[in-house]
Design a protein around this ligand. Structure first.
Ligand SMILES: Nc1ncnc2c1ncn2[C@@H]1O[C@H](COP(=O)(O)OP(=O)(O)OP(=O)(O)O)[C@@H](O)[C@H]1O
Length: 273
């Protein structure tokens, strides 16, 4: 069975003449700490085409967040190059959207003002983006909550606001680091469905870190598996399901076979260390 999935789904996206939208070329990260050097990422080497949704799975501590921070320009690389849209990434960029595990909303601002906050920082005034904020909040079912403060919302609602904030500047690249890990299973399913809907509408290039194999397979076009440290990208698996994605597909044999395949590859990554 593994061989069949490997043949059908493994391997990078088919080559095209177009240059990749994002390339991560032989990237390494070593943190210098008081206790010595920590090699957080040994070798990451992959590319992403425009509009692709790429999920990253791997054991805890294998360097997923470090890889994400380097792609987002929030952390330097020790070796290698990261280019997005033809430019080397050296600092956080206005054409990126960021969504992290904790929604980190500003508690004194309303839902609407939190969504508009990146625009206020960049442009000062937010008038021109009100329609987009409304469209995003309506899509995730929160327009009626626009005047509430974050403390008046559930964790799932706060993450929806954070995703709207990540999309408000119409970013070319959306970076999401375990955005739903603090949610209960039902809220998480809801969030996955909401994100899949947003995807069908906006079709952004995305990097999505998660510990949930099912979430990765449900949402992504490709899943990268990182091995335990010293970590490399050990597998690059294409997810063959058409869009729009529907929750029911999680009950199909094919979905569960791919999840099982990925689980075994992650386990192999654990053992290799
Ligand atoms: N700023 C830092 N300074 C020193 N070491 C760090 C720093 N950030 C991360 N590390 C170390 O780098 C390694 C990779 O950490 P990272 O958070 O990237 O892994 P992860 O795969 O995202 O983990 P998790 O799945 O648990 O969130 C770990 O050993 C971690 O302790």
């Amino acid at each position: 069975m593994d061989a069949a999935i490997s043949a059908a789904a493994s391997g990078p996206a088919p080559a095209t003449d177009a240059p990749p939208y994002m390339s991560v070329q032989r990237v390494q990260k070593i943190y210098e700490t008081a206790g010595g050097a920590v090699e957080a990422v040994s070798l990451a080497d992959f590319s992403v085409t425009s509009g692709e949704f790429v999920a990253v799975l791997g054991p805890s501590g294998c360097g997923k967040s470090t890889l994400m921070m380097m792609i987002g320009g929030l952390e330097t690389t020790s070796a290698g190059h990261i280019r997005v849209d033809g430019t080397e990434v050296t600092a956080p960029r206005g054409d990126f959207g960021y969504v992290f595990q904790d929604a980190t909303l500003l508690p004194w601002k309303s839902v609407l003002d939190n969504v508009l906050f990146p625009i206020r920082l960049e442009h000062g005034r937010t008038r021109d983006h009100l329609d987009r904020a409304r469209e995003l909040l309506e899509l995730v079912g929160l327009w009626d909550f626009r005047d509430k403060r974050p403390r008046q919302l559930s964790g799932g609602m706060r993450q929806r606001v954070a995703i709207c904030r990540g999309l408000i500047n119409d970013p070319k690249l959306l970076l999401m680091d375990e955005p739903f890990s603090a949610l209960d299973a039902i809220s998480r399913d809801d969030m996955n469905a909401a994100l899949a809907d947003l995807w069908d509408r906006y079709h952004k290039t995305a990097i999505f870190i998660t510990h949930s194999i099912r979430e990765a397979v449900y949402l992504a076009d490709r899943v990268l598996v990182m091995s335990r440290r010293p970590s490399v990208i050990s597998h690059d698996v294409r997810i063959p399901f058409p869009r729009p994605r529907r929750m029911e597909m999680q009950e199909t044999a094919e979905f569960n076979e791919i999840c099982g395949f990925l689980r075994r590859k992650i386990e192999e990554g654990y053992q290799r260390a």
